[in-house]
Design a protein around this ligand. Sequence first.
Ligand SMILES: NC(=O)c1ccc[n+]([C@@H]2O[C@H](COP(=O)([O-])OP(=O)(O)OC[C@H]3O[C@@H](n4cnc5c(N)ncnc54)[C@H](O)[C@@H]3O)[C@@H](O)[C@H]2O)c1
Length: 259
Amino acid sequence: MSILKGKKAVIIGLASTRSIAWGIANALKGQGADLAFNFQNEKLEARVKKMAQELGSSVCLPMDVSSDDEIANFFNSLKNQFGNFDILIHSVAFAPSSQLEGSFTEVTDRDGFRIAHDVSSYSLTAVTKAALPLLNDNASILTLSYLGAVKAMPSYNVMGLAKASLEANVRFLAYDLGPKSIRVNGISAGPIKTLAASGIKGIKTMLDHMEQASPLRRNVTIEEVGNAAAFLASDMASGITGQVVYVDSGYSIVGMSLS
Ligand SMILES: NC(=O)c1ccc[n+]([C@@H]2O[C@H](COP(=O)([O-])OP(=O)(O)OC[C@H]3O[C@@H](n4cnc5c(N)ncnc54)[C@H](O)[C@@H]3O)[C@@H](O)[C@H]2O)c1
């Protein structure tokens, strides 16, 4: 059974074959969806276009989510090249590297705070707003969060605050758009070695810790996050909105681990 047959999905945040967006794109394609992509800047253009082509997509347009003009241009071009669609994947986050190492109190500054929240949380509101005129009935919007939204930990610092904002964003968007039959959810993924994760000091220690302390005693893969995303994006999840679903080998439920 292909649970996304006939659905069209726009994926924001593909950068490499390690990206969570790549795992999601493959899972959505595998379930029958047609795909369109953005690329953040010229540096990523050729690589993202090549990956899009591998998944049978020729729609791959520029958009830096920190620019209102680029968001508007993206959805204008998308309207002509892709038309209305059913699924919006937001797999984007950024904070300056200076913010992601050392004492939270010492390293966090106004600019870092602003940028982290702008790119990692406000962008979900911004792209949702711009996508609305193109969304079909029963559309599904999905974003990516991390445990740092609800628990304190080293290095993740201001990105944890931005993810807390993102998760509240999911709830407010879900509440607002529910009457239009649009669902909004998040996936809180366990740590995965991607380009973005490499910017967080101590990511290797986080990955090792997951292997010892999570109930499944292993890390999760982008394929597993992709499969959960395909389910949440599909009509099989038609009763689920405003939720953050953990795909983390169960780590978030552990109070104390003896291993
Ligand atoms: N890797 C992990 O351990 C992990 C765990 C939980 C959640 N996440 C979240 O998953 C999402 C995807 O990250 P990833 O780990 O796949 O890393 P990634 O580096 O592959 O993807 C991050 C994407 O964000 C994009 N991006 C950053 N700033 C942007 C901007 N201004 N405009 C447009 N795009 C921009 C990048 O181009 C890139 O495509 C992020 O929200 C991240 O916080 C990651």
